[in-house]
Ligand binder design. Structure first.
Ligand SMILES: Nc1ncnc2c1ncn2[C@@H]1O[C@H](COP(=O)(O)OP(=O)(O)OP(=O)(O)O)[C@@H](O)[C@H]1O
Length: 311
């Protein structure tokens, strides 16, 4: 399958001297949902901004649907819709006028039926005559998506689409992304949340300090990184781990009041039931328990650690 986005040897050094991207190579297939994961400052927005022609690359060749984003900027940009992190809309305009105007900016002929469809898809139809400034934050974000889709792009970039949005909007956004994909739109989203990538994306790229350190199918990544931590709040603190528990990867926390077990949640045998039985046999009781999926930070720490070990 041909790539719809092709990035070769991309680097970016800002005027300040800060190197935000280091030799990034990436191919994204048509119709894919691709999640770019990384902590604050990793370079996600820089990468998106370069592909969308807002920031100039220092080196590298980038093609959008076969068009060089620098030499053939207009053709490339028409293929792309961008939903930026920041809300930037004209407060005094109505929803309808804003979205129609955005379409016109790309030289597309008016198509009220298409604009109506987008507004209906985004549950904005009954707000079409409302001024943007009267809308809630969530509604404004929907308007940003409508604007980005107004010129019928084949590629949609969503920069942290669900940061700070409520659960309802997050679900709507996810279902919209899936519907767009069914229509053949390629979607690239950035996120801090591994759960979001897991839920949405076909493939995940992890970016850390400007380097794309890993690109994997989401299912494979989750398999590799599906670590969970089980925390038991003990009824009586333990001074030390009993030797009978040596076969589990356990740690005592909070002066012996909590027992932590890190396990692979994808494994056929997680070791949790046998641990529970052994604890019961040993008469070690607990008041409460909780589990926690590895956070992205844990994963990064793990990856960086592995890198160092290999080096
Ligand atoms: N115009 C600029 N001039 C100098 N440095 C910049 C500029 N824009 C971004 N940077 C720096 O480049 C690095 C990458 O920033 P970028 O916004 O791409 O990260 P990000 O992964 O999108 O982070 P976030 O999740 O916080 O948006 C950061 O250290 C940032 O401070």
């Amino acid at each position: 399958m041909p790539s719809v986005i092709s990035i070769q040897g991309l680097t970016k050094t800002y005027k300040s001297g800060h190197q935000a991207l280091r030799r990034v190579d990436l191919e994204i297939q048509k119709g894919e949902i691709f999640a770019l994961l990384g902590p604050n400052g990793a370079g996600k927005t820089t990468m998106i901004s370069i592909v969308c022609g807002i920031v100039t690359p220092s080196t590298g060749v980038i093609l959008a649907d076969g068009h060089d984003i620098q030499k053939d900027y207009r053709a490339a940009r028409t293929r792309i819709g961008l939903v930026p992190q920041e809300l930037t809309t004209d407060a005094f305009e109505t929803v309808w006028a804003t979205v129609t105007f955005s379409r016109g900016l790309f030289g597309k002929a008016p198509n009220p039926a298409y604009v109506e469809q987008i507004l209906r898809d985004l549950s904005l139809w009954d707000k079409k005559d409302a001024k943007i400034m009267t809308l809630s934050g969530g509604m404004k974000r929907r308007v940003m998506i409508a604007k980005a889709l107004s010129h019928e792009p084949d590629i949609l970039f969503l920069d942290e689409p669900t940061a700070g949005v409520d659960v309802e909007l997050r679900r709507d956004m996810w279902s919209l992304v899936r519907r767009l994909r069914e229509r053949g739109v390629t979607i690239i989203l950035t996120t801090h949340y591994i759960e979001e990538a897991e839920e949405m994306a076909d493939r995940v790229g992890v970016i850390l300090k400007g380097e794309l350190i890993l690109v994997e199918k989401t299912a494979d990544l989750m398999q590799k990184l599906g670590k969970k931590t089980l925390t038991l709040q003990l009824q009586e603190p333990l001074a030390a781990l009993p030797p009978e528990l040596a076969e589990w990867n356990l740690a005592l926390q909070c002066d012996g009041a909590e027992l932590e077990y890190v396990f692979d949640s994808n494994a056929e045998k997680t070791g949790v039931p046998s641990l529970m039985r052994r604890l019961s046999d040993l008469g070690i009781g607990f008041k409460d328990l909780s589990t926690r999926q590895s956070s992205l930070e844990d994963i990064f720490v793990g990856l960086v650690h592995q890198d160092r070990e290999v080096a």
